[in-house]
Design a protein around this ligand. Structure first.
Ligand code: AMP
Ligand code: MN
Ligand code: MN
Ligand code: MN
Length: 280
């Protein structure tokens, strides 16, 4: 008997701010019963080919994925592209532009922390920039912990990296419509990631979803690890009423974090159309 379908369409590897190689990640997915996987690293497709080969070895269905940083009305949003051509020139140029911004931003965060909080962050920043193509605040959070400036990732963000802290740098990512267009040009199906995490009123979220659809978005993440029942219900209602397909994923980064292993997220309400059914 074939296993029940379990689509994890939101996963990170060490090509961005996850800790596992794509091979180890897919092996973990296989051991946890995932049947369809998309590696969705932040702003890079560098791990996609390894993920595809690992999925072939473990008998998982695979689609190409990426989680792209973008801006909308002063907010940072994450948009996921799935099942596209990872070599498409417009998309790869879009992603390398964001990675260059990320590097500049990390340097600026380091300078602010040195200036305002007198922490010797520059050596940490230099090391991160030498080690990854996609420098994220998560990398700096881990370095700050290792240097004794925070006990855990959430404290590192609360003390040094979030809005209102000495290391906060206002973000300027490409606009939502431009982002969706770059993904669509490469043939992607486009998903708004974790809509419940943005600090938006109900009205603003509906406006966002209207613009997202207008730009070419077709799905929203409804079942994502860590979402509570009332948010899930709210997103399910929006997907239903606005005609979006529903996506599922763990947003897995780190095997030491016990609550969101690959494949662990709530079941979608039965009347929603799973985006996974349109893939492959
Ligand atoms: P960046 O894209 O560089 O802003 O880095 C953000 C990454 O750090 C996200 O993809 C999350 O994985 C993680 N992150 C962001 N905010 C927090 C937070 N408050 N606590 C823990 N992790 C966070
Ligand atoms: Mn991340
Ligand atoms: Mn995200
Ligand atoms: Mn993510």
């Amino acid at each position: 008997m074939s296993p029940p379908p379990l689509a994890d369409l939101h996963l990170h590897s060490h090509h961005s701010d996850g800790l596992l190689t794509p091979e180890a990640l897919i092996e973990l997915c296989a051991s946890r019963g995932v049947t369809l996987a998309a590696l969705t690293d932040h702003d890079t497709v560098a791990g996609c080919e390894s993920a595809r080969l690992a999925c072939d070895r473990h008998g998982l269905q695979h689609v190409t994925g990426v989680e792209v940083s973008c801006g909308w009305n002063g907010q940072t949003l994450h948009v996921i592209g799935l099942d596209f051509d990872p070599a498409h020139a417009e998309l790869t140029a879009h992603l390398s532009h964001i990675r260059a911004r990320r590097a500049d931003r990390l340097i600026e965060i380091g300078e602010r922390l040195e200036r305002k909080a007198s922490i010797a962050v520059r050596p940490l920043v230099t090391r991160i920039l030498g080690e990854t193509d996609v420098p994220t605040r998560m990398h700096l959070a881990r370095s700050l912990i290792a240097a004794g400036h925070a006990r855990d990732v959430s404290e590192a963000f609360d003390l040094w990296l979030s809005r209102g802290t000495p290391g906060h740098v206002p973000e300027e990512w490409p606009a939502l419509a431009v982002t969706v267009a770059a993904l669509r040009a490469a043939g992607a199906r486009v998903v708004l990631a974790h809509p419940h995490r943005y600090r938006l009123s109900g009205g603003a979220l509906r406006r966002l979803l209207g613009e997202f659809r207008e730009a070419g978005g077709e799905a929203i993440e409804v079942s994502v690890a860590g979402i509570g029942p009332s948010d899930l219900d709210r997103l399910a209602t929006l997907a239903r009423n606005l005609g979006f397909a529903a996506s599922t994923g763990s947003d897995f980064h780190d095997p030491a974090v016990p609550w969101n292993p690959p494949g662990r997220f709530a079941k979608l309400p039965a009347d929603l159309e799973p985006l996974a059914a349109r893939l492959g």
